[in-house]
Design a protein around this ligand. Structure first.
Ligand SMILES: *Cc1c(COP(=O)(O)O)cnc(C)c1O
Length: 374
């Protein structure tokens, strides 16, 4: 058996729609981008959604719009995919990391205050693995200190925190549609906001700085961060099917939780879920119990791979990535909660069309691999 870590859920419907685009001859700046934007805005419950070429591009555009630049500081989490911190570096501002809450794995609001300085311009909260950050506390802190708040919801399509969907918190949010996300459009992302000025600027920045759509008039410095029509058509159909896709993924989570808690409760913890939120997981990440070391974890991932099961170490801490260490002189133990957890995480295969037989095989294999550690 060979089981990948992730696999997009693509049906004939997506293929037909993308084919329509190809036959139409209109491959960019067309109606599918608008349709994709509208369906995402309605789904999340925001006024504006602006399609861009990736989640990373979306984050960069927001940093640019908020005029975050050299000398500014932005508070964010070291336990995330690297893009949520890199977008700060793109504009030569400084990412200021704050350690995480050991349960939600999101930035720990209680530790933020100590890191706020007169140079702090914004907080980028990340909904890690699909679990919402504590948006109640983050919003309070941002208001109190008059700083901007960005919701990196690239891993949390449809997750809900106290009645509101991820991506709708703060001044603006971002979704991503890379093939391993809940739904995909190939490469693509979406900026979300209720602010018309942010909407207007985002549309200009993604489109070579055109504020008024006069083709060869460039009002501000912009980028080509547009989404093409094939991707938009794919994303549009995926959004139409999102209820079904997310339900299938939830069923997989339930089966994993049941099997793993039954067989391996003394060795691992299944993903934590805060009361009062609903979660659409991006990856299904288990944690080995604290007695396990990083070498054990790495070995376990290798052994899974030898059995045809792709697994991964989501996430190595951002502050310990080579160029962050070099530039900011971070070292081991700077963010102990992040480091402690990140040594013991294993992302298991997770996608909507995993079969029960595959799930049983994964859990049985993991149990056999973990047996010597009992
Ligand atoms: C996936 C992801 C992004 C954006 O990814 P792209 O590949 O650029 O679409 C940003 N932040 C986080 C936390 C992510 O997981």
């Amino acid at each position: 058996m060979r089981i990948p870590l992730a696999k997009p859920d693509i049906t004939q419907r997506e293929i037909n729609e993308v084919t329509k685009v190809l036959k139409s001859g209109r491959l960019a700046l067309g109606k599918y981008t608008e349709k994709f934007e509208k369906i995402v805005a309605d789904f999340i419950g925001v006024k504006h959604a602006i399609a861009v070429s990736s989640g990373t591009a979306g984050l960069h555009v927001l940093v640019k719009i908020f005029d975050i630049k050299d000398g500014d500081e932005v508070i964010t989490t070291p336990f995330s995919f690297i893009a949520s911190a890199n977008c700060i570096l793109f504009e030569r501002a400084k990412p200021v990391f704050v350690d995480i809450d050991p349960q939600t794995l999101g930035i720990d609001p209680a530790k933020i205050k100590a890191k706020i300085t007169p140079k702090t311009r914004a907080i980028i909260g990340v909904d890690v693995f699909g679990h919402p950050a504590d948006w109640t506390e983050l919003t309070k802190i941002a208001h109190k200190h008059k700083i901007l708040l960005i919701d990196d919801a690239c891993e949390a399509l449809g997750s809900v925190w106290r009645g509101k969907k991820c991506g709708s918190f703060g001044d603006a949010g971002v979704l991503a549609f890379y093939p391993n996300k809940q739904i995909s459009c190939g490469e693509g992302g979406m900026i979300l906001t209720n602010n018309i000025k942010i909407d207007k600027l985002a549309r200009a920045l993604r489109n070579q700085g055109r504020l008024n759509y006069t083709w060869l008039q460039h009002d501000i410095l912009g980028y080509n961060y547009r989404l093409d029509e094939m991707s938009a058509a794919l994303g549009y159909i995926q959004m139409i099917r999102s209820r079904q896709i997310l339900q299938k993924r939830q069923k997989i989570v339930n089966i994993y939780n049941t099997l793993l808690n039954r067989e391996l409760a003394d060795m691992i913890d299944t993903p934590y879920k805060s009361p009062g939120c609903s979660i659409n997981y991006f990856v299904y990440v288990i944690q080995l119990k604290p007695r396990f070391k990083q070498v054990d974890r790495d070995q376990i991932i290798k052994q899974l791979s030898a059995k045809g099961i792709a697994a991964s170490n989501y996430f190595p801490p951002i502050h310990l990535q080579p160029f962050y260490r070099q530039q900011f002189h971070y070292k081991q133990n700077d963010f102990p909660v992040t480091e402690n957890i990140s040594q013991r995480t294993i992302a298991l295969p997770f996608y909507s069309n995993l079969t029960t037989a595959e799930l049983k095989y994964i859990v049985k294999s993991l149990a056999a691999i973990l047996k010597p550690y009992l």
